[in-house]
Design a protein around this ligand. Structure first.
Ligand SMILES: NC(=O)c1ccc[n+]([C@@H]2O[C@H](COP(=O)([O-])OP(=O)(O)OC[C@H]3O[C@@H](n4cnc5c(N)ncnc54)[C@H](O)[C@@H]3O)[C@@H](O)[C@H]2O)c1
Length: 391
């Protein structure tokens, strides 16, 4: 009935009489701390209970460790036992691995378990896992009791260099990905690079696509480091350096004003095309894989506009290939499909997509503080066709 009523309602408000101004009686605001501290420590996961992570005044409350089935098989009991041996009252909750756990159903199930185990206002929810568990825990922590403390123990490369390093918390609606969520800080983001060695290679490289994006947009030195160490990627020293360097490059972008073009456009490098390709692949491509394709096409666009040279374009393809990432649009996705899909990108303005574009490795085009470039559709199509011809 309700749906029928909504369907019958006119789409736009009918303009009839002039609108009256409503006068404000009073107003209030209340600032809340939005601060996340990041810790990178080798071997942290094995002995986490020995560190001063849980504040003293919260030490007697019931705490929860949310993890997924795969991460649980490697580290669930290690972390649980470490906390319990230190005397904490902590319970483990395990959800199935994979994107399907970022759902309302899983949210409800976990919330029920937590409520029936008597959470209180001092309860801390730890997420032990990749982006899926971080995001699910983020939505739970931000909503149960209107907000309990959240801490991430970040275990995937995507999480250590991207997903955990944000206030954006989201689960999926039946209508689409990441549609239900909030901005809520984890008080601590705890990163142990050692755990990355148990990730599948595909997931490891998928996260490193974000590191590649930061190198290409912000640092030639980091680009050279990634190039030189691609064959040594299972070495924990290399992993730790990649994680530390990526965080150092990302944090200034997270700190500033979100309305600032630099902070908005740089992290989104390659993402307009990437989101379209990721969606059109029916999520067969992982996010980082789609970003790799997206940044290669962005470099082609930049060269077509005369902003960068062929060497900069080749640098994109070469580095992504060294980390086993796809660099060209999958054959079954047409140029026109991507062009049509880009219409729904959040940086689509005044009839055109807007993108950050490189002028060199580690340097983006900008004029004063403007980093976004409007891209004509024929240039976008041409860039995709060139990219496809490199398959
Ligand atoms: N700003 C943000 O909030 C943000 C940014 C990027 C991605 N994301 C979200 O993150 C999710 C993707 O993150 P992800 O790639 O980490 O996915 P994920 O959490 O599903 O982890 C990938 C796989 O690796 C396994 N895994 C994780 N750590 C492991 C380890 N140390 N050893 C062995 N296996 C391990 C997981 O069980 C899973 O099977 C998506 O839902 C995406 O929307 C959010």
């Amino acid at each position: 009935m309700l749906v029928r009523e909504l369907e019958n309602r006119p789409l736009a408000r009918q303009k009839t009489t002039p609108r009256r101004t409503i006068s404000r009686f009073s107003s209030f605001d209340r600032a809340r701390d939005m601060v996340s501290d990041i810790y990178v420590e080798r071997g942290l996961v094995k002995k986490i209970g020995e560190y001063d992570i849980i504040p003293e005044k919260k030490s007697d409350s019931p705490h929860f460790l949310l993890t997924d089935s795969r991460v649980n098989s490697f580290y669930g009991d290690v972390v649980l036992n470490s906390f319990q041996n230190a005397g904490y009252n902590i319970k483990k909750i395990v959800v199935p691995e994979g994107e399907q756990s970022k759902s309302i159903d899983t949210y409800n199930e976990v919330a029920d378990i937590m409520f029936s185990n008597r959470i209180d206002k001092n309860t801390i929810l730890f997420s032990l896992g990749g982006g899926v568990v971080n995001n699910l825990a983020g939505v739970l922590a931000s909503t149960l009791y209107r907000g309990i403390e959240l801490m991430h123990i970040s275990t995937s490369s995507m999480s250590q260099v991207d997903a955990a390093l944000d206030f954006k918390q989201a689960i999926n609606s039946r209508m689409g990905k990441n549609l239900i969520g909030s901005y809520y800080p984890a008080s601590k983001i705890l990163i142990d690079p050692e755990v990355l060695v148990t990730l599948t290679s595909r997931h490891l490289y998928d996260g490193i696509a974000e590191s590649i994006k930061h190198a290409l947009t912000q640092s030639r030195d980091f680009f050279e480091y990634l190039k030189a160490n691609a064959n040594d990627i299972k070495n924990v020293d290399v992993l730790e350096e990649i994680v530390r360097k990526t965080i150092s490059l990302k944090v200034p972008l997270l700190r500033g004003d979100v309305r600032d073009d630099f902070n908005e456009m740089l992290p989104q490098y390659g993402h307009s095309v990437a989101h379209a390709v990721e969606h059109l692949s029916a999520y067969e491509l992982y996010h980082g894989e789609a970003v790799a394709v997206g940044i290669c096409i962005s470099a082609e666009i930049s060269r077509l506009l005369g902003l960068c040279d062929e060497e900069t374009v080749s640098a994109h393809y070469e580095l992504c290939k060294l980390y086993k990432l796809p660099v060209t649009v999958p054959e079954n996705i047409g140029t026109e499909d991507i062009v049509a899909k880009i219409r729904y990108d959040k940086h689509y303005l005044k009839g055109l997509p807007h993108m950050a574009l490189p002028v060199d490795v580690g340097e983006m085009w900008h004029h004063h503080n403007i980093y976004s470039v409007p891209v004509e559709y024929d240039i976008l199509s041409e860039a995709i066709k060139i990219n496809k011809s490199k398959t």
